[in-house]
Ligand binder design. Structure first.
Ligand SMILES: [Fe+2]
Length: 257
């Protein structure tokens, strides 16, 4: 039967929507309760919706009973602090699974390439239902930062680099595309990440905000790209050697909650 997917994401695996042009009080993300959770880079997360409405960010499939990334339970203590963010997550009317604010500490392009990972959003997702994709709504105005998306983790020939000013909004099939953010800054980046179920509601939302599946790549000097690629190769080899020496299977993807 197969999953219901968005035609808009078929070609590249992502769409960029119109920029959100209203101010949001930074208290909506700064005052939330965060939990330490190592994802791609130095990160913490503040959940707005979780598996059982608790302030924790584990994958729904790691709970008992295990279930897929849908029907997240809103956390009243958090949504009361972040009404606009909650509203934005609910706006499409698509089913919401995990919904949380990520705090990412500054890193560079080489770190980002090392951090590239795929998500596991569709584990236990029943065939014939909507494929889970993720909305990224950038909160801080990160003018020198960009999202990196690749078809293949180690192959730079297909690489999308998407700018992350305040209000940038993209929807990504994060199970298909390798992804991470380069955050050139002195201060943390905050971004709302929402698991949405694909279907007519999400398609209408993409259309309403003029989603496009290609935008010009953020320009990065070739020497930075080359150095980042070389560093990714070096770090991945070092990690593989480390696990080989320990006689353990290497984790192939960073766990992303
Ligand atoms: Fe991810």
């Amino acid at each position: 039967m197969g999953y219901i997917k968005s035609a808009a994401l078929e070609e590249t695996g992502y769409v960029v929507l119109d920029r959100y042009n209203k101010q949001i009080d930074p208290k909506e993300w700064l005052d939330l309760e965060y939990v330490d959770w190592k994802s791609s880079g130095e990160t913490r997360f503040a959940p707005l919706a979780s598996a059982k409405g608790e302030v924790e960010v584990n994958g729904f499939w790691n709970h008992k009973p295990p279930r897929t990334d849908k029907d997240g339970v809103w956390i009243d203590s958090q949504t009361a602090i972040a009404p606009t963010l909650t509203e934005r997550a609910l706006e499409p009317g698509a089913n919401v699974g995990r919904c949380r604010v990520i705090e990412l500490m500054p890193n560079d392009y080489a770190d980002c390439l090392y951090n590239l990972h795929q998500d596991d959003n569709n584990r236990l997702n029943p065939d014939g239902t909507g494929w889970i994709v993720r909305g990224f709504f950038n909160l801080t105005d990160d003018k020198d930062s960009y999202f990196v998306l690749r078809d293949n983790r180690t192959d730079p020939s297909v690489e999308y680099r998407i700018a992350l000013p305040a209000g940038a909004q993209l929807i990504v099939d994060t199970q298909r595309l390798w992804h991470a953010a380069t955050h050139n800054s002195e201060t943390p980046r905050y971004c709302l990440i929402t698991s949405w179920e694909s279907g007519p509601e999400l398609d209408a939302y993409i259309e309403k905000y003029n989603g496009v599946n290609r935008v010009p790549n953020v320009e990065v000097p070739q020497d930075v790209l080359d150095a980042g690629q070389a560093e990714q190769t070096r770090r991945l080899a070092a990690r593989a050697a480390y696990y080989a020496a320990k006689g353990q299977a290497e984790k192939t993807a960073m766990s992303e909650a």
